[in-house]
Design a protein around this ligand. Structure first.
Ligand code: SAM
Length: 253
């Protein structure tokens, strides 16, 4: 029997099973046409526009992410690879994958298995499928507050540069942790509430306008630890925090 294709592999991880998968622009769309989560913030509207996905990878991300993380894209890439250590055959889930930039990067570090990019924005995913030429990568459209994947189905889980945008970030974190397999590794990149008081006051004021949130330095670490993860690490840089951990092999077994 031949190995399943990446979309078939992704579908096999879903619980409950998807009876009649709907493929749009090359990705699996699990949202109803016209479905929109609440009232999108300014930042969310940008992600769902047709302009931002076009300039995101080359201009938007390198500029803005370097500004708030004080790290180059290359340095971030090395850090994330080191934290996640994807191995051949792993099932990898990249939540809030945008135009697939982080998904393709993860894929480049190992062979076999499947890499699933997951996002809410139809325009981001159309860009992702247009720019991805790798049969081991597939994309799914859905809401990270309710991931369609079975408990413990993913060996590597990432969510980079998105938790400050979503409506309920800790519900999303709970979902990321739910799908993480025993022995699996997780990494998130989010904002970090630190720096001089005037800067913090300024970012606090901008929050309601932009829809971007900042998080206490221990917010995600404590969540990971409470969930029983091991090797929980945090790297703080600029006003960013990268938090990673590993689920023990004998967990939930
Ligand atoms: C700034 S981009 C990050 C893309 C990529 N991970 C990176 O690090 O460059 C944030 C992404 O989060 C997605 N997003 C926001 N809310 C979401 C949700 N509820 N479910 C899934 N994706 C969501 C947006 O559509 C957008 O593509």
């Amino acid at each position: 029997m031949s190995a399943p294709s990446a979309p078939e592999h992704a579908l096999s991880l879903m619980d409950p099973p998807i009876e009649a998968p709907r493929i749009t622009d090359g990705y699996l769309d699990l949202l109803d046409p016209g479905e929109d989560a609440g009232r999108p913030s300014v930042a969310q509207r940008a992600m769902r526009s047709t302009v931002v996905p076009r300039i995101y990878e080359r201009a938007w991300r390198p500029f803005l992410f370097t500004l708030w993380t004080l790290r180059t894209t290359g340095a971030e890439e090395r850090l994330v690879r080191d934290l996640l250590r994807p191995a051949d055959g792993d099932v990898t889930l990249d939540v809030a994958c945008g135009p697939g930039n982080t998904t393709r990067r993860l894929r480049a570090s190992y062979d076999g298995g499947v890499v699933v990019g997951f996002d809410y924005s139809a325009t981001m995913l159309a860009r992702a499928t247009a720019d991805t030429f790798d049969a081991g990568v597939t994309y799914v459209r859905g809401d990270a507050h309710r991931l369609p994947f079975a408990d413990g189905s993913c060996d590597v889980v990432s969510c980079l540069g998105a938790l400050y945008l979503v409506e309920d970030p800790f519900r999303v974190v709970d979902e990321l942790l739910r799908v993480l397999a025993p022995g699996g590794r997780i990494a998130i990149l989010a904002t970090c509430d630190r720096g001089p008081a005037p800067l913090r006051a300024l970012t606090g004021l901008a929050e309601p306008l932009s829809g971007l949130r900042t998080f206490a330095p221990d917010a995600f670490m404590s969540r990971f630890e409470a969930d029983g993860l091991e090797d929980v690490r945090i790297e703080v840089s600029g006003v960013s925090q990268t938090v990673a951990g590993r689920r023990p092999l004998d967990d939930r077994g």
